[in-house]
Design a protein around this ligand. Structure first.
Ligand code: HPA
Ligand code: ZN
Length: 324
C-alpha cells in the first residue's frame, strides 16, 4: 500500500507555507540575511522544537519566520515546498500564508505575496503542480488589523482565492471577525476558518462558522462529531473538512484517526493534509500513511480521501476535472 499511496494523485488543502520552513533553509536564510540564530545545525534546530499544544507550537512557528525578510526568501520557501509536494505527486495545493506574521515585523505585504506568486508560477511551469494562495488572518490580533490587511490585499485580489483564520483560538471566536469575512465575501474571496481540535469552545466555534460566517470550508473541524446537528449541517452543505492527523497528534496527543473513520462512514467530505510539515516532519504522503496504518484503509477509501479533496478544492470545474 506504500507504493499505492506514493503514486496516488494528491490534493493538499491545509498547508501553512511558513510551516514548511525546513531547518536547512532556515539556516541558509539566516546566513544570507545576517539574522543571528541560537542554533547552527539542523539537529539543534529540530531539538529546539517542543510542542504539546497549539499555543506552544505557535511560539516556535512564529520564531522561525524571523529569517524570512526578502522577496527571494518567500520565493525560495514556496519553491522548496512545491518541489517536495510534486515529488509526492501532489497535483494541486491551496497554500495558506500569514501576511500579518510578516507585516507586524516590518516586512511589506507586497514582498511576501510577490515572492509566493512567482514561486507558484515557476513551479507550475517546472513540475506541473498547480497551486493557489489563501490569505489567513491571525485571530489573536485585533479585527481592525485583519480588516486593514484585507484592504491591503485588494490590489492582489486575482492572486488570492480565499481567506482563512488561524493562530491562537483561545478567546478568539469566529464572530470576532464577522465584519472582516463579510467584506471578504463581498470582494469575491472564498471563506474558510480554523476550528482547531479540542479547543475550549470548539463546537460553538464550528456553529459560528456555519451560522454567523457562512464558511465554504472548515479547517480541522474534528469536534463537529460531538454534535449531530453540526454533522447534519456540514453534510447538507457538502462542506469540506481539512483534517491534519499528524499535526493533531502533536498538539493534542491523539491523531484523531478514529474521528477520520467516523467522518468517512458518515459520508462527510473529509480530507487529509499536513498543516505544518517541517515542524511535524510529515508531508501529505506521510499523513496518508499514518491514517492507513491506524485504520487499515482500503485502496478505495484512500482514493475517496483524495477525491473528496479535489471535489472541495476551490477550482473551476473544468480544471478540477482535468486534474482528477
Ligand atoms: N492552527 C492554528 N494556527 C496555525 C496552525 C494551526 O494548525 N498552523 C499554523 N498556524
Ligand atoms: Zn492549520
Amino acid at each position: 500500500m506504500r507504493s499505492f499511496i506514493a503514486g496516488l494523485p494528491k490534493c493538499e488543502l491545509h498547508l501553512h507555507i511558513e510551516g514548511t520552513l525546513e531547518p536547512e533553509l532556515k539556516l541558509a536564510l539566516a546566513e544570507r540575511n545576517g539574522v543571528p540564530l541560537p542554533h547552527s545545525t539542523v539537529e539543534e534546530v529540530r531539538a529546539a522544537y517542543e510542542f504539546d499544544s497549539l499555543a506552544s507550537f505557535l511560539v516556535g512557528y512564529y520564531d522561525g519566520m524571523r529569517v524570512l525578510l526578502t522577496e527571494p526568501d518567500f520565493y525560495d520557501l514556496a519553491t522548496a515546498y512545491l518541489r517536495r509536494a510534486s515529488a509526492q505527486n501532489v497535483r494541486y495545493a491551496e497554500i495558506f500564508f500569514d501576511p500579518q506574521a510578516h507585516t507586524s515585523r516590518g516586512v511589506p505585504f507586497d514582498v511576501v505575496i510577490r515572492g509566493l506568486r512567482r514561486a507558484l508560477l515557476d513551479a507550475e511551469r517546472t513540475w506541473g503542480v498547480r497551486a493557489q494562495l489563501i490569505m489567513c488572518f491571525l485571530r489573536d490580533f485585533q479585527a481592525e488589523y485583519a480588516m486593514a490587511t484585507l484592504l491591503e490585499s485588494l490590489p492582489y485580489r486575482e492572486w488570492i482565492v480565499g481567506v482563512g483564520l488561524d493562530s491562537d483560538e483561545r478567546g478568539n471566536p469566529p464572530e470576532k471577525f464577522a465584519e472582516v469575512f463579510a467584506r471578504a465575501r463581498r470582494e469575491g474571496y472564498l471563506l474558510t476558518m480554523h476550528c482547531d481540535v479540542d479547543q475550549e469552545n470548539s463546537t460553538e466555534h464550528i456553529r459560528q462558522c456555519l451560522e454567523v460566517i457562512g464558511v465554504d470550508r472548515i479547517d480541522h473541524g474534528v469536534n463537529a462529531l460531538e454534535d449531530p446537528a453540526l454533522v447534519a449541517e456540514i453534510a447538507r452543505r457538502g462542506l469540506g473538512l481539512t483534517v491534519c492527523p499528524i499535526s493533531n497528534g502533536y498538539v493534542t496527543g491523539d491523531r484523531k484517526t478514529d474521528a477520520i473513520r467516523r467522518m468517512l462512514d458518515l459520508g462527510l467530505r473529509v480530507t487529509i493534509n499536513s498543516d505544518d510539515p517541517s515542524y511535524f516532519q510529515a508531508y501529505v504522503g506521510e499523513n496518508l500513511e499514518a491514517v492507513h496504518e491506524a485504520l487499515g484503509l482500503t485502496a478505495a477509501e484512500l482514493v475517496r480521501l483524495e477525491h473528496n479533496a479535489f471535489e472541495v478544492a476551490w477550482l473551476p470545474r473544468t480544471i478540477r476535472d482535468a486534474l482528477l
